[in-house]
Design a binder for this molecule. Structure first.
Ligand SMILES: O=C(O)CCC(=O)C(=O)O
Ligand SMILES: [Fe+2]
Length: 339
């Protein structure tokens, strides 16, 4: 792991995006006057675009470049974003808070998301909502899911179960994580390992194995729990790393990867170790967000202590696609962003 993000802003695989105070205040005032985005999401996305167009041109370009170019960094750390004046208790069940009456955090999350793509929902993840609440939930403390807290959430990317047998194709291109409340001790770290750095860190033979279709991904925990009755649902055999050397893509299921032989098993262990060696570490605080490219790298989270007292760590998250055309076969009839 490397130093906290503030010290690595110049790193070529992490960009820092700092909003000046006057811009933060202007965005905050505009977002505070914007209604609940779930009332009319397409109108709200248009409004957020207008609001975020006020960013300084260079800042705006950094975010746009993050979304549009294969050779840009895989993770962006946004700091000094506006926050809600009043933040209710962290919901204990991981569902949206009925007491949240202003939508500044949602505006920051969706506004940033709209600059890099389109927020989309998946029926099997958070009931298809566009804004996900990522909160420690008591029953899930030990799980490899976003409800966990007591265990290290292994390096993974967010994938979706798909009837076609590949879970890495319909998956989001990006996720955005925005912090409303840090954990009590402030020790919950979010990590990002860029595939370019991973490829440099492992030996040639391991890389060749990781690039071979010797791995079967288990479907996400939410799908296995809610749809498959707890049984594993494995993908077809896939490689973990694919694509050109200069801009590789990496995919690893959080809920378990089955290696199909011994070489694949040790390559998988080496992959997790390499991620830990090369990862950026960010301790998210209120008013900060991470833009995460879900193809260029893997992310992880350190353990932390949840108290379930209404003051626990609270992130909001979106899943973002550059476009929805390639996943239109999954679209839920009568909806536009739900797959
Ligand atoms: O809690 C975090 O920092 C990351 C959780 C995560 O992997 C996710 O929400 O997809
Ligand atoms: Fe994740």
């Amino acid at each position: 792991m490397t130093a906290p993000a503030s010290a690595v802003a110049a790193d070529p695989t992490l960009i820092g995006i700092d909003l000046p105070d006057d811009v933060r205040d202007r965005l905050g005032a505009d977002l505070a006057a914007t209604p609940d985005p779930t009332r009319d999401i397409d109108w709200s996305m248009a409004r957020y675009l207008q609001i975020f167009a006020q960013l300084p041109t260079e800042t705006l370009q950094r975010v746009l470049d993050f979304g549009r170019h294969p050779d840009t960094p895989g993770v962006g750390h946004v700091r000094n974003a506006p926050v809600d004046e009043h933040l209710p208790a962290t919901p204990r069940d991981g569902n949206p808070s009925p007491d949240k009456k202003s939508f500044v955090a949602e505006g920051v999350l969706l506004g940033l998301s709209g600059l890099i793509g389109e927020p989309v929902g998946f029926t099997t993840e958070k009931n298809g909502r566009l804004v996900h609440d990522v909160i420690p939930v008591e029953g899930g403390a030990m799980t490899q899911t976003n409800q966990g807290s007591a265990v290290f959430l292994n390096f993974h990317n967010d994938i979706v179960h798909d009837e076609r047998g590949r879970y890495d194709l319909a998956s989001p291109d990006f996720l955005v994580l925005s912090c409303l409340r840090a954990d009590h001790e402030g020790v919950a770290g979010t990590y990002y390992a860029d595939a370019r750095d991973i490829c440099r860190a492992v030996d040639e033979r391991t890389l060749r194995t990781l690039r071979s279709p010797l791995f079967r991904m288990n479907a996400p925990g939410s799908y296995v729990r809610d749809v498959a009755g707890g049984a594993e649902v494995l993908s077809e055999p896939v490689p973990m790393i694919s694509g050109p050397e200069a801009c590789p893509e990496v995919s690893a299921a959080a809920n378990g990867v089955h290696a199909m032989n011994d070489a694949a098993r040790s390559a998988l262990d080496r992959l997790q170790a390499a991620c830990r060696e090369v990862a950026h570490e960010v301790f998210l605080r209120p008013g900060e967000a991470l833009l995460i490219n879900n193809r260029k790298g893997l992310h992880a989270r350190s353990p932390f202590t949840a108290r379930y007292d209404g003051q626990d760590r609270w992130l909001q998250r979106t899943y973002v696609r550059r476009n929805q055309w390639d996943i239109r076969y999954r679209a839920t009839p009568g909806t536009r962003r739900l797959h």
